[in-house]
Design a protein around this ligand. Structure first.
Ligand SMILES: [Zn+2]
Length: 230
């Protein structure tokens, strides 16, 4: 009736709380609000005979049952259900989420990465990943490079959820991986790309993507290692 929220969301410690009252349209109690002796008792607690109301409106409709008749309450409930149905329909018409790339923001070159910490700092906050690697990897190299890219992608996804201690562990882990890659003759290059995300329920906002490339140090494409590109 007042559209006051009647369920409070759960928290990390507690489950949700129903703060509304269950109100009977037809009371089972003799002399109770809108009591009707002809009403079948097995239907008393059916959903069709119940409304969820705030405390104030529950008291009001029960105190003033000459005003808040069975017919009036049923029509209030029906109108509310129609309103909710329309609201849900509106919500399903949320525009599709799209990521927009801007030519001016696309990196033209990637920078060589030396440490896990440096790499993790760049990766956290990036929600997209473009990865590139040599196409002549043997089985052992495939496992090494694949594992490195997968781990980095997982850390980046966790991003802001990582506790400081986990950040340090992740940086150390990546550092070791970079060293192992180096020993096998690979270099790691990265750049960040600023993108736009539009649609959904919130307004347009910035979306970061990470470009990651694992190349052999003998690769002739490597011409500008170490240049700033982020
Ligand atoms: Zn109310």
């Amino acid at each position: 009736m007042c559209r006051h929220p009647l369920v409070v969301d759960s928290t990390s410690l507690d489950s949700e709380s129903v703060v509304g009252d269950e109100c009977h349209i037809i009371s089972n109690a003799k002399g109770g609000p809108r009591h009707d002796a002809r009403f079948p008792s097995f239907e008393i607690d059916e959903l069709s005979n119940l409304m969820l109301l705030c405390r104030v409106h529950h008291k009001l409709v029960d105190d003033q049952d000459e005003t808040y008749t069975v017919d009036l309450l049923r029509s209030i409930k029906e109108n509310h259900e129609k309103w909710v149905e329309n609201k849900l329909k509106e919500e399903t018409e949320i525009p599709a989420v799209k990521i927009i790339r801007m030519r001016s923001e696309m990196p033209t070159q990637l920078s060589v990465i030396q440490s896990g910490k440096e790499l993790l700092n760049l990766a956290i906050g990036c929600h997209g990943l473009y990865s590139d690697y040599c196409d002549d990897l043997d089985d052992e190299e495939t496992a090494l490079v694949g594992c490195f890219i997968q781990n980095l992608s997982d850390w980046a996804d966790l991003g802001d959820w990582l506790e400081p201690i986990e950040c340090i562990r992740a940086a150390k882990f990546l550092n070791d991986e970079i060293r192992r890659l180096k020993e096998r003759g690979f270099m790691v290059f990265v750049a960040k790309e600023k993108q736009r995300i539009v649609g959904g329920i919130s307004g347009p906002s910035t979306w970061w993507a990470l470009h990651l490339s694992v190349k052999r140090d003998s690769d002739t494409d490597i011409v500008s290692a170490g240049n700033e590109s982020c």
